[in-house]
Design a protein around this ligand. Structure first.
Ligand SMILES: C[S@@+](CC[C@H](N)C(=O)[O-])C[C@H]1O[C@@H](n2cnc3c(N)ncnc32)[C@H](O)[C@@H]1O
Ligand SMILES: O=C(O)C(=O)C[C@]1(C(=O)O)C=C[C@@H](O)C=C1
Length: 244
């Protein structure tokens, strides 16, 4: 994947609007997400390992909010079963266009359909694996339960949902510490105070974080009974939910 450096917020921006996944963001996204999300590349590799274990023959995989297709590519490399289909879905045209190029650049047995759509209005079925890798946090809080309900209904028995998110924490001291550690992580990756604060204010109204407890409650409400956090680094992490 291309690795153009993220310098989008390195100079003062006069009027900071709300965050969008536009062309400028899509262009630098691999560098941005790598330098912004602790554990991102581990999560991507391990989604591939989960695909080996959970994706069964003749089923569908859904990568919801696929951006440039990093999780899709990892899954596709690791599927060992025949006649599977991966649907990579995102509502940003800038992301989807680039994603299609990345997917087409490599040959593999499992086909991928890249779709530009809002995950609130898609239909899914016959799924052995669904991935929400840092996507649910961009849906309105009301829409989150609906999407999780739909995923549970679409999953076959023994199917898995991987839900990665930026978390908030109910204990204020822990919350402040883990958010500060994340800012230290960004500084260590070369982001300046200006870059950190401009991006933070753009994300403020758009990316609303939930606690792990809130995520678990929603997953239980959707029908899942087997739920656990499998990865966490500071205030970022990933939960698995398995349908039995
Ligand atoms: C942080 S990125 C996801 C990163 C990606 N999953 C990965 O592993 O590299 C969030 C993505 O969700 C997409 N997104 C946000 N809301 C969406 C929605 N309602 N429907 C579809 N995609 C959405 C954004 O366009 C963006 O590409
Ligand atoms: O919280 C932050 O500072 C982030 O940069 C997080 C985050 C995310 O979790 O999606 C936000 C936007 C970009 O997509 C990359 C990372």
């Amino acid at each position: 994947m291309e690795q153009k450096k993220d310098l989008l917020f390195s100079t003062p921006i006069e009027s900071l609007g709300d965050w969008t996944f536009d062309d400028k963001v899509a262009e630098v996204f691999p560098d941005m997400i790598q330098r912004s999300v602790p554990g991102y590349s581990n999560i991507i590799s391990m989604i591939g390992m989960l695909a080996t274990r959970f994706v069964t023959a003749n089923t569908h995989v859904y990568d919801l909010g696929c951006s440039l297709g990093a999780a899709t590519l990892s899954i596709r490399r690791n599927i060992k079963q025949d006649n599977c289909m991966i649907y990579a879905i995102d509502n940003s045209t800038a992301m989807v266009e680039r994603c299609q190029k990345h997917i087409s650049a490599y040959k593999a047995a499992t086909p991928v359909e890249v779709i530009c759509a809002d995950i609130n209005s898609i239909t899914m079925q016959n799924a052995s694996m669904v991935v929400l890798n840092f996507t649910l946090q961009f849906l309105t809080p009301d829409a989150r339960q609906q999407v999780l309900n739909k995923i549970y209904q679409a999953l076959n028995p023994n199917g898995i949902l991987v839900l990665s998110e930026k978390f908030s924490f109910e204990d204020n001291m822990v919350n402040d510490l883990l958010f500060d550690m994340h800012y230290d992580f960004k500084r260590a990756n070369g982001y300046s105070e200006l870059e950190i604060s401009q991006k933070r204010s753009m994300l403020e109204n758009v990316m609303i974080t939930d606690s792990i407890e809130t995520h678990k409650t929603r997953l239980i409400n959707a029908g899942f009974k087997h739920i656990n956090t499998w990865f966490q680094c500071f205030n970022f992490g990933s939960i698995i939910a398995i349908k039995k």
